[in-house]
Write a protein that binds this ligand. Structure first.
Ligand code: FRU
Length: 323
């Protein structure tokens, strides 16, 4: 049997502290387990665009065969990605985008569509009439721009709906919570808050939990089983839009590129609304997927063990026949 060539993939992640990014990395590793011929070098930039630029430069010096990147902010990361691409290194952009077409493939959820679905949800929940506050992610990151655009487009034909304030929560629970707490009392009649992710949505929930003001409807994004789905089933938030991490898909696309197979440039992942009407079934589904994955992992461990025993026995037989 021919041994496959060895490749090195460098992965530059913008930040790793949250559950969604941890899930992305786990998803990548799960897929990588099928490709023992791939070395994986991982760097994360703690949400600092300048740090991420220098980490990408470091990865390029390590002679990687392919770069996967989730850029913290689009503009600051664009030149270094263009540099990699121009040197002939294939680049897969995940989740957040760069401001240039110079990359090999993009994979991630459709953030415009997510914003639009959240907007339609708001239209229905408020029956076309009411005041809304939006809590955004980092204003220069593409999902924040696209989620805002989709949301505005969905509500703009309803003159009874007013977007009365925007808060920059920087994608972070603490920032969203403290920034929102500063303004909450100025808007006692707000009926809905759209937060660009579930961590920030939870922050808004916490603000109201600690105040006497009635809690408005809260919409988040991500829908992780151990976060957004739980917040919905615990009735802390009203709804969340599922935002798949794209981790497995990114590795599958990388493998194809490394094997010189054709890949599609834009790979948009499916999304869906999760609220009280379907959260139970989504949780059951997620639990089932998890147990199937654990089973696959057990089988992989068993196979590795069998292979080890087989190799030992082969060495033993070899020693026997040659001595
Ligand atoms: C995690 C995160 C997610 C969000 C995504 C947008 O770091 O903030 O919650 O959906 O990044 O890029």
């Amino acid at each position: 049997q021919k041994t496959p060539p060895v490749f090195t993939i460098g992965f530059s992640q913008c930040v790793e502290s949250d559950a969604w990014r941890k899930t992305m990395l786990e998803n990548m590793k799960r897929e990588l387990a099928f490709h023992p011929n791939i070395n994986f070098i991982y760097r994360q930039a703690e949400g600092d665009s300048r740090k991420q630029v220098s980490q990408v430069k470091e990865l390029l010096q390590k002679k990687i065969d392919l770069l996967i990147i989730s850029p913290n902010e689009a503009d600051p990361l664009t030149p270094v990605v263009e540099e990699a691409f121009s040197k002939g290194i294939p680049v897969i952009v995940v989740d957040r985008k760069i401001s240039s077409p110079l990359y090999t493939a993009y994979v991630g959820g459709d953030n415009y569509e997510i914003g639009k679905m959240a907007g339609q949800y708001a239209v229905n929940a408020l029956k076309g009439k009411g005041k809304i506050i939006e809590v955004t992610g980092l204003p220069k990151s593409s999902p924040a721009i696209e989620r805002h655009k989709g949301f505005s487009d969905a509500i703009k034909n309803y003159p009874g709906l007013q977007l009365i304030h925007m808060v920059n929560g920087e994608w972070l629970n603490q920032t969203a919570k403290s920034e929102f707490a500063k303004i909450a009392s100025q808007y006692p009649d707000v009926q809905l808050v759209f937060a660009h992710n579930d961590m920030m949505a939870h922050g808004i929930y916490e603000v109201y939990k600690n105040s006497k003001q009635p809690q408005p409807a809260i919409i988040g994004v991500d829908g992780l089983p151990n976060a957004g789905m739980l917040f919905v089933s615990d009735k802390k938030i009203t709804a969340t839009m599922l935002y798949p991490t794209g981790g497995e898909e990114a590795i599958r696309i990388a493998v194809k590129i490394l094997n010189k197979q054709h890949v599609v440039k834009e790979n948009l992942l499916q999304t869906t609304v999760i609220d009280s009407t379907n959260v139970r079934i989504m949780q059951l589904q997620a639990a089932k997927t998890l147990s199937q994955q654990q089973q696959i992992e057990r089988q992989q461990t068993m196979l590795a063990e069998q292979k080890r025993i087989y190799n030992n026995q082969r060495t033993f037989v070899y020693i026997l026949v040659t001595s």
